[in-house]
Design a protein around this ligand. Structure first.
Ligand code: NAD
Length: 334
């Protein structure tokens, strides 16, 4: 990829200490960009994992400025923008309460973070005349569709979890600010992302740990649910494409692999890669879960130069390599 558009640019990244965020920071820093990271290092999973994710970046305080701020706190966010706002070229907004199932337990927290937090950011951008945001949306906005592949112009008015509803609301807010204030916004609908440093609550990471330790894994449903698993490097290509994109004021793009895989097949690939058999504890499908995700990526291919190429048979071994290297730390932290 041509990294020149990143050289000398300043990005305010929210959630830069998280799984996707820390990979993105790495990509931006290696392209010569500077980062203002806004992350509250909350305990959705062990904050020490997030601290580890950014430890290397903190060595250069000129290029990576770390602001421990909660995006729900409008005053604290205003202070960040008062200090750095005039230097920011784009905001890459990844901070969120992620995950479908936990959103059923704490819907208020999801709403406050993913909707009010997004509004707080947009307000600061308006005040400081920052013209562009790239936003992490989610495949979950498509709800329980069974007519793959999912296209960006399809109806997203029927989300089936609080998490999905908050991501759809986030997209709506982005459109509103783009319309009212002429901001350029790009919403990226990520389809289940995996790779090194993946969140410990996500299936690939959780299953790897449990199979490796000889413990049972909970398989929800009969294993036929389909997910479009997307490798982190492919997602980063999509995000950098969105950073460069400047054709229209408001646009939504799917970022998936467009190769859905059944849960059963995922477990087989993990077993094969780990060289161990899974002990399967079958459970009913969980409320909020969807039967399938599958991205139509023709729009991102055309406009972002997005060209994902990682099958799970290739990506899972990379993930497991990382897992094995970090297993002593992971055992302590999860
Ligand atoms: N990982 C996936 O498969 C996936 C799929 C679809 C969408 N997404 C979206 O991508 C983004 C990144 O996901 P991830 O998997 O890297 O998750 P993550 O939890 O690893 O990263 C999110 C980061 O945001 C920070 N954060 C959360 N609430 C905050 C707040 N109130 N103030 C400041 N910082 C806060 C967290 O501390 C964390 O470092 C999220 O918006 C998520 O909804 C992820």
């Amino acid at each position: 990829m041509n990294n020149r558009p990143l050289q000398g640019k300043t990005f305010l990244v929210t959630g830069g200490a998280g799984f996707i965020g820390s990979h993105l920071c790495q990509r931006l820093l290696s392209g010569g960009a500077r980062i203002i990271n806004v992350d509250d290092y909350n305990n959705f999973y062990d904050p020490r994992i997030k601290e580890d994710n950014v430890r290397g970046f903190l060595k250069d305080s000129e290029t990576f400025i770390d602001c421990r701020v909660d995006i729900r706190d409008a005053h604290a966010l205003a202070d960040v923008f008062a200090t750095w706002g005039s230097q920011v070229d784009q905001v890459i907004h990844l901070a969120a309460r992620a995950g479908v199932r936990p959103s059923l337990m704490e819907p208020q927290l999801y709403l406050e973070t993913n909707v009010n937090g997004t509004l707080n950011l947009l307000e600061q951008m308006r005040r400081h005349d920052i013209r562009k945001m790239v936003f992490a949306s989610s495949s979950s906005v498509y709800g329980n569709r069974t007519d793959p592949p999912f296209r960006e112009d399809q109806d997203i008015s029927k989300p089936v979890s609080p998490y999905a509803a908050t991501k759809a609301m986030g997209e709506n807010l982005l459109h509103t600010y783009s319309h009212l204030y002429g901001m350029q916004v790009v919403a990226l609908r990520f389809f289940t992302v995996y790779g090194a440093r993946q969140r410990p609550d996500l299936a690939i990471h959780k299953f790897t740990r449990l199979i490796d330790q000889g413990q049972p894994i909970q398989m929800f449903g009969d294993g036929s649910t389909l997910r479009d698993y997307t490798y982190i490097e492919d997602i980063l290509d999509g995000i950098t494409g969105a950073i460069k994109y400047d054709k229209t004021p408001f646009e939504v793009f799917n970022l998936g692999e467009s190769q859905p895989v059944t849960l059963k097949r995922l477990i087989e690939v993990l077993e094969h890669t780990l060289g161990k058999c899974a002990i399967i504890d079958r459970q009913p499908l969980q409320p909020g879960d969807v039967m399938m995700t599958c991205a139509d990526i023709s729009k991102a291919r055309q406009h972002l130069g997005y060209n994902p190429h990682t099958r799970i048979e290739d990506g899972i071994p990379h993930f497991v390599d990382w897992y094995r290297q970090t297993v002593p730390a992971a055992a302590i932290l999860t």
